[in-house]
Design a binder for this molecule. Sequence first.
Ligand SMILES: [Zn+2]
Length: 374
Amino acid sequence: LPFSDETLLSPRDVTGCFSSTYLEAREKFLRICECNDLVVDSRLNPNTEGSRGEQLYTDIVRIGPADAPKILLLISGTHGVEGYCGSGVQTGLLKSGAFEFIPDDTSVVMIHAINPYGFSHDRRVTEDNVDLNRNFIDFDALDRPKSNYDEIHDALLPSDWDGEGRGRADAQLAAYIQARGMRDFQAAVSSGQYQFADGLFYGGDRETWSNTTLRSVVSDYLSDARLLGIVDFHTGLGPYGHGELIAIGSSEDKARAQAWYDGQTTDPEKGTSSSADLDGMLAHCIARALPDADLAFITIEFGTLDVNKVLSALRGDNWLNQIKNRESPLRPAIKRDIRAAFYPEQDDWKQSVWSRSRKVIELALNGLAKTSLE
Ligand SMILES: [Zn+2]
């Protein structure tokens, strides 16, 4: 089931699928759905608005029969600003007619902008400063996942962004890395924390809107699926333009992903990934919601800038979000940095995102096709 050459897009068409704002991205997605006679299910986030005062929606579309036992699920915007990448790919796939000849037992479901607030505001987090991919924990449980984040919170969020406080904080982080090593530092920063609502990689103290919405979409669209290939699009880790395939889930699910993707998948638990091992991920939520389905879940991570630049951009954006800093004259520079860290707008990056994604989606469809249902 290889994609035919007819599903190739010209370089110009590829760049045309990517956008400069959430509004533009949504409009392109809706337009290409309309051209394909697809019905879009739009879910309004009633709690907040976009950076231009616009209403914020997560849009869902299904290609293929509603009762298909095999489903390919493609998710964009889990981390807000990273949505430019996944949205461009989703629009590109529809534009290229990639799904015109999928088998009768298969459907494709796309979730566009699951975190529309972060997408519109060029932030990685939701409207409540929550990292959605750390928010899928059991909030009724007494214990929260533990990390060493508390050891570095103060240094990650300095008193000022361009003065002595920043200098002291950077020195403190450098000392931590020196003493503990880069891997432990990355885990402390990014594995998720549930103590500091004003901090980085905060998992929240309740389910955020995007969490509730994701779970209702899973129940509405996926509850009858027996075999699911899932691709969640991310940016900001790894080499520029490279798409690392991070397998998430049970060991059985990871083995399935490894087989589908020609042995290319990495595993944070084994330390083979550029990502730390995480708690409360969207993948865990889907697996729990569909206990009888077989899954092959990958997070695809497209690299952007050097990891230090990405972390610095995240710290700046978090600093800027503190109420006392919101009117800072540093705002334009900080917003430029966060955007560049998660969305390099160069054409070569978009081309490499597209060609890698197209191959990955082809492998996913092949994986679904060659796996027989018991
Ligand atoms: Zn991400």
